[in-house]
Design a protein around this ligand. Structure first.
Ligand code: ATP
Length: 277
């Protein structure tokens, strides 16, 4: 695609440090990108046959077209073996873990700020018909106490206007998914809106697992009988009523990310006038 050369980097320009975590394809290391003097996260690919390599690199391919303050920034790709994807490092790590560690310090005002930032990132994706399909606190990284970044585009796809992406793989996050995604593997911006609602629920539940009291197989029956995730203790009622709209059974009845960003900002300003959103 256009701008490919912009992301071609040399291995000599990267110093590899310790392991940060385990990704789906292999270890993720921290490191330094010397020419920009920036700290980076380096994704590696363990059993990188041609097939696997293509899947591994597809995430980076998508990220080449993205440029948003609340989306993980791709720095570059090394396409010769061993293949590496180099991204900006967000030193506070996954939002889910961060929320648990900081639960006695985080205020509602900060939590709603995170929600708004994730929502803006998704409104940006909505603008070019990209569906993320895996919106959850485990896929959001914390850059600073006031800034989060949506990441993990491993499941993301472009979809045409009236179309949707029909998923084939079985590693699906059932408890985060909209009914039409569970029933027909149908993924659209509207199903992303449902998932975003679940992600907000996680944020205000201090990273508890949604429907932790159910088995995966029980979730769809509950949703079809009209049952939804309960209001987390610390979630303002106005915000919970917004979540309920994200969880409309009918995809068309759900708000867009653009509308959500607007409502969230309004809610935030109304509740916490002391912070600038
Ligand atoms: P999965 O699909 O199982 O989530 P993955 O291949 O998408 O795995 P990640 O979850 O993105 O891999 O990365 C694995 C771990 O590495 C994460 O849990 C996170 O802690 C860390 N990590 C990844 N990218 C970054 C980054 N840019 N900054 C800081 N930490 C990161």
């Amino acid at each position: 695609g256009r701008g490919d050369y912009k992301y071609k980097i040399s291995r000599d320009d990267v110093d590899v440090g310790q392991i940060l975590g385990e990704g789906f394809f292999g270890e993720v290391h921290e490191g330094i990108y010397k020419s920009e003097k920036t700290r980076v996260a380096i994704k590696t690919c363990k059993d990188c046959t041609a097939d696997v390599k293509e899947k591994f690199l597809s995430e980076a391919e998508l990220m080449k077209n993205l440029d948003h303050p609340h989306i993980v920034r791709l720095i570059g790709v090394i396409e010769v073996d061993p293949v590496w994807i180099v991204m900006e490092l967000y030193q506070h790590g996954e939002l889910g873990k961060y929320i648990i560690e900081q639960q006695y310090i985080l205020t509602n005002a900060t939590l709603i700020l995170y929600c708004l930032q994730i929502c803006k990132a998704l409104a940006y994706l909505e603008g070019f018909n990209m569906v993320h399909r895996d919106i959850a606190v485990r896929n959001v990284l914390v850059a600073s106490p006031e800034c989060v970044k949506l990441g993990d585009f491993g499941l993301s796809r472009y979809v045409d206007e009236q179309e949707y992406y029909k998923a084939s793989i079985s590693r699906l996050p059932i408890k985060w998914m909209a009914p039409e995604s569970i029933n027909f593997r149908r993924f659209t911006t509207a199903s992303d809106v449902w998932m975003f609602g679940v992600c907000v629920w996680e944020i205000f539940s201090m990273a508890q697992q949604p429907f932790f009291w159910l088995e995966n197989g029980q979730v769809i029956n509950q949703l079809e009988s009209g049952i939804r995730l309960p209001k987390p203790q610390h979630c303002p009622p106005t915000l919970y009523s917004l979540l309920s709209r994200c969880w409309a059974y009918e995809p068309h009845a759900r708000p867009s990310f653009c509308q959500l960003a607007c409502s969230l900002r309004y809610t935030a300003v109304y509740l916490y006038t002391c912070i600038s959103y």
